[in-house]
Design a protein around this ligand. Structure first.
Ligand SMILES: NC(=O)c1ccc[n+]([C@@H]2O[C@H](COP(=O)([O-])OP(=O)(O)OC[C@H]3O[C@@H](n4cnc5c(N)ncnc54)[C@H](OP(=O)(O)O)[C@@H]3O)[C@@H](O)[C@H]2O)c1
Length: 217
């Protein structure tokens, strides 16, 4: 049985991914800022975690350490959107979005890496976006795009720096969540499919995936 920790698991794609992994028999830690109304049982454990708050992350590590020795899959899913166009040079928004979408995964990965290193088949999955692909950059949602480009760079660097833990990025496609809006073509469950596949199937470290296929950075 694989043990998975996923951030931003209280709603949206993160929640759908966590639920799908439980349905596939994984033991899932639902990490979220607010853990009311999260499932709790043999396979589902809520864990309080704000990716911008080092104290909250340290508490989550202690909580995890008391229950389990190894972590097989870390899914860095939590993120926020930024809407300003690049020509507004909105440094405040860039700083805020980078802190959640880039610094957050770096903090959480650092905190849980020792548990991943104890697993024989460990992996980190960064939920990124095609909007951060260098090959597809544009002026809109600038802070969000920068944060996902940086997350992709972190993915490649960490994958190349060691081979104990596989590290990949994934784009879930355009999904009908609070972030994606009502016009998006994919349901939450459809958005989760590619992430679940990377958690359970053979993967190549240092790659960017969508729908189980490698896509350009
Ligand atoms: N939706 C799309 O079309 C789409 C496309 C490409 C990529 N993505 C990526 O898919 C992932 C999930 O997005 P989504 O569409 O499900 O977004 P969403 O519905 O807005 O959900 C975002 C999740 O992130 C959590 N979160 C935000 N800040 C946090 C923090 N500081 N600490 C912990 N959790 C935090 C939220 O928790 P709260 O309830 O506490 O705010 C929520 O659970 C993101 O990485 C996003 O960039 C989405």
């Amino acid at each position: 049985m694989q043990t998975v920790l996923i951030t931003g698991a209280n709603r949206g794609i993160g929640r759908a991914t966590a639920d799908a992994l439980v349905a596939r028999g994984c033991k899932v830690y639902y990490a979220a800022r607010s853990i009311e109304n999260l499932p709790s049982g043999d396979l589902a454990t809520p864990i309080s975690l704000d990716v911008t708050d080092p104290t909250s992350i340290a508490r989550a590590v202690v909580f995890f350490e008391e229950r389990k020795e190894a972590l097989d899959v870390l899914i860095n899913n939590a993120a926020i959107i930024g809407r300003a166009d690049v020509t507004s040079f909105d440094v405040e928004e860039i700083t805020r979005v980078m802190d959640t979408n880039f610094n957050g995964p770096v903090r959480v990965t650092k905190a849980f890496f020792p548990f991943l290193e104890k697993s024989p088949s460990a992996r980190v999955i960064h939920v990124s976006s095609g909007m951060g692909a260098i090959s597809d950059l544009a002026g809109d949602h600038a802070a969000y795009r920068f944060s996902k480009s940086a997350l992709n760079a972190f993915t490649i660097s960490l994958a190349r720096a060691q081979d104990r833990v596989k590290v990949v990025a994934v784009c879930p496609g355009w999904v009908r969540s609070d972030m994606g809006g009502k016009s998006a073509p994919r349901s939450l469950e459809e958005g989760a499919v590619g992430i679940v596949g990377l958690a359970l199937n053979q993967i190549e470290s240092g790659k960017f995936y969508r729908d189980g296929r490698v896509i350009p950075w």
